[in-house]
Design a binder for this molecule. Structure first.
Ligand SMILES: NC(=O)c1ccc[n+]([C@@H]2O[C@H](COP(=O)([O-])OP(=O)(O)OC[C@H]3O[C@@H](n4cnc5c(N)ncnc54)[C@H](OP(=O)(O)O)[C@@H]3O)[C@@H](O)[C@H]2O)c1
Length: 250
């Protein structure tokens, strides 16, 4: 009978890696090439939330990678549903992350881009009033004009699509602003639209060692013509948690 050596299959432990070593596993060599990375955490049985938010799923290693990924990108893209559910504040990084960016020749903070059709976002929110960099609102031409005018005072408005979001137009518009390294933190509706449009290059997925059951959302929602194929970039472990990096097969 064949024998299998399983010890050689053990992946790198996050705790064995310095921040620089961990960052190097995610850094893109050519920043001029547009790249859209998406980051999620999920329970083993596929739940993207516990009690309506993702906070109950991520542990220390997930938080560490979450922060390091923000430190590598030009723009953080988030759907308005997630901004509201997760009570996002301004996209202001902690000083060590800002220092890490400056050392790489980047501005201290990435741009915060929020995707919304309804534009039900409060211009007086700290997201805008305490923003270290003027945020971007990505919306459609059919979005409510009053809300759009109010938000134009505190953010740049990018129109991507007429009645529905056009993810290709969104990624092109961001790249034309020099924001080539695009990092999306969800949520599921936005991710589903990005997958359907074929604009996702990479998925970083933390698999949290929990069974959540229930009817929580998965990490992607919406209809898809064909399942997308992924290739595995790396696997990291932190205790019983897996941190996976996949690239979309072209
Ligand atoms: N596990 C994780 O890693 C993770 C990550 C992120 C979020 N979540 C969870 O996911 C839940 C939110 O889910 P969600 O699907 O509502 O999140 P979402 O995709 O962030 O938000 C949906 C909203 O974003 C805007 N949006 C997204 N896609 C759009 C499109 N294609 N066109 C136009 N607008 C678009 C719309 O905003 P308007 O309503 O303003 O028009 C839409 O209602 C929360 O419970 C959050 O905690 C989990």
């Amino acid at each position: 009978m064949d024998t299998v050596r399983v010890d050689c299959l053990f992946p790198l432990a996050v705790s064995d890696l310095t921040d620089d070593a961990l960052s190097s596993l995610y850094a893109r060599a050519d920043r001029s090439e547009p790249w859209l990375r998406v980051n999620f955490v999920s329970s083993v049985d596929g739940a993207a939330t516990v009690d309506g938010v993702s906070g109950g799923l991520g542990g220390d290693a997930d938080h560490r990678v979450f922060d390091l990924l923000r430190a590598l990108c030009d723009v953080v893209i988030v759907g308005a549903g997630t901004v509201r559910a997760e009570s996002y504040g301004p996209m202001r990084l902690e000083q060590p992350s800002a220092d890490r960016r400056i050392a790489r020749g980047l501005p201290p903070h990435p741009v915060f881009a929020i995707v919304s059709h309804s534009l039900s976002l409060d211009p007086a929110s700290r997201i805008f009033t305490d923003a270290p960099v003027r945020p971007i609102i990505i919306t459609t031409d059919a979005a409510p004009r009053d809300n759009r005018d109010a938000l134009a005072a505190v953010a740049d408005i990018v129109i991507a699509g007429v009645d529905e979001l056009d993810p290709v137009a969104m990624t092109v518009a961001l790249a034309e602003r020099g924001l080539t390294q695009q990092h999306c933190e969800g949520g599921p509706s936005l991710f589903g639209a990005l997958i359907a449009a074929g604009v996702v290059d990479e998925l970083c997925l933390t698999v949290s060692p929990q069974l959540a059951a229930g009817d929580a959302k998965r990490i992607a929602a919406g209809a898809l013509a064909h399942p997308g194929e992924l290739t595995l970039g790396h696997v990291l472990v932190s205790g019983d948690t897996l941190l996976l990096r996949y690239e979309v097969a072209r």
